[in-house]
Ligand binder design. Structure first.
Ligand code: HGY
Ligand code: MN
Ligand code: MN
Length: 408
């Protein structure tokens, strides 16, 4: 008997999708923005409906908690994130938070109290699109870096992370505080696959085995601004031309005949960014991923040499801003997810995650795992991102069964 409600879950996801809505059914809800705060307020309201306690920690992670019969027992944690990419979809992150809420709502309405408490978290800044890198909330909670580690990071409007965090903490002064850091009994996160495999194979549930590694870098090329009409090309120190040469050289260096390595330059900022001034600075991002730690280390460590080799008369610098090692999820959680999918009568398969998730850092703290549901045409980080109400409901049914198995 399905305790969770497909309709209630879908309605809540659509309510969230109105916050930061952009054309094409997309969402632009940056971390630590008014949109983020509005989405969090919806969660606070829904938590109050079932008497779940609400709190925030100093990294601004939002915690919902329902007690168990043994309230001293280490809780089972389920979670995801409410922030989105600038041209994001309605489901990346939001689904896992709403699915976790649906689990505690369904149990509450059925009068079921598990032995262990259950906590649902909305992590701060999973995407890292406004403030790089991602997962700053879950990394703070997991003790990877202190929560002020990213204070000096600025968004493209020059706003400091510390200021945006302080603004959100002040706006949520009415919410109780909780200490940063905890030791759950287990962690399981529901998320859309963001890839084409489950849909292509007609499979309901992805039992996630692990997450590949990610390394982020910022490359800065510095030259000299000059007049586009009068400065001879032979005398220029043109940061745009040299950055372009570096990017193409990096693309060649990162070539992988097996197409497993992921190399992306997604953001470029130019100064003075005027059509008739030679660029004196170009800064670009690198997102590098691979399932093997050794490959990720070797390829990432090549970047500085490749950039230097591409320079003719500009200065350069390479700074690493994110380093998430590949992780394998806990066999116990993997088997609970498999068992839940099997008992629910859903087709399922083991699948690795190409996208990073807060679960990557939760796995440093406790036994962790993830549940994937199909993404239409594998599309994500795009307004066209879509998963149907019934596909989402299947994922939540598996999450509910898995959380109960871990909590009892
Ligand atoms: O970039 C990622 O892998 C995640 O979707 N933020
Ligand atoms: Mn996500
Ligand atoms: Mn994402």
């Amino acid at each position: 008997m399905n305790l969770a409600s497909e309709q209630r879950q879908w309605n809540r996801l659509m309510d969230l999708a109105e916050i930061g809505a952009i054309p094409g059914n997309g969402v632009n809800r940056g971390a630590l923005t008014a949109g983020d705060r509005a989405a969090r307020r919806l969660m606070v309201g829904w938590a109050a409906e079932i008497g779940a306690s609400v709190s925030i920690d100093e990294a601004n992670n939002l915690w919902l908690r329902v007690e168990g019969t043994d309230s001293d027992a280490a809780p089972v944690l389920t979670s995801s994130h409410l922030d989105s990419q600038p041209k994001g979809g309605r489901f990346d992150g939001a689904y896992g938070v709403v699915a976790g809420l649906e689990v505690i709502t369904a149990l509450h309405k059925a009068g079921i109290v598990t032995r262990r408490p259950i906590e649902v978290v909305a992590w701060t800044n999973e995407e890292g699109s406004r403030f790089a890198p991602g997962c700053t909330g879950s990394m703070s909670w997991a003790g990877v870096h202190p929560s002020d580690y990213w204070d000096d990071v600025r968004d493209h409007n020059g706003i400091y992370y510390a200021a945006a965090l302080a603004e959100q903490m002040a706006a949520e002064a009415d919410l109780p505080r909780r200490p940063l850091g905890s030791k759950p009994h287990a962690y399981v996160e529901a998320h859309i696959e963001q890839g084409p495999i489950l849909e292509a194979e007609g499979i309901d549930i992805g039992v996630v085995t692990g997450i590949q590694g990610s390394r982020w870098f910022v490359v800065s090329i510095s030259g000299e601004s000059a007049h586009a009409g009068t400065a001879p090309l032979s005398l220029r120190r043109d940061a745009m031309i040299e950055a372009s040469r570096a990017i193409l050289a990096l693309q060649e260096a990162m070539y992988d005949p097996k197409d497993v390595l992921r190399f992306t330059v997604g953001r470029v900022s130019v100064s003075p960014n005027a059509s008739n001034s030679v660029a004196d600075n170009v800064t670009f991002s690198i997102d590098l991923r691979h399932p093997e730690a050794a490959t990720l280390r070797v390829r990432g460590d090549m970047i500085a040499g490749v950039v230097q080799g591409a320079m003719r008369n500009c200065e350069w610098s390479v700074r690493e801003t994110f380093n998430a090692k590949p992780i394998e999820f806990a066999p116990r959680v993997i088997s609970e997810v498999e068992r839940a999918a099997e008992n629910a009568g859903f087709s399922h398969r083991l699948i690795p995650s190409g996208a990073f998730h807060d679960a990557q850092f939760a796995s440093r703290v406790c036994q962790s795992g993830m549940i994937f549901v199909p993404s239409r045409a594998g599309i994500s980080h795009n307004p066209a991102e879509y998963t149907s109400p019934s596909q989402l409901a299947k994922g939540t049914e598996v999450l509910l069964r898995t959380v109960r198995a871990l909590a009892d």
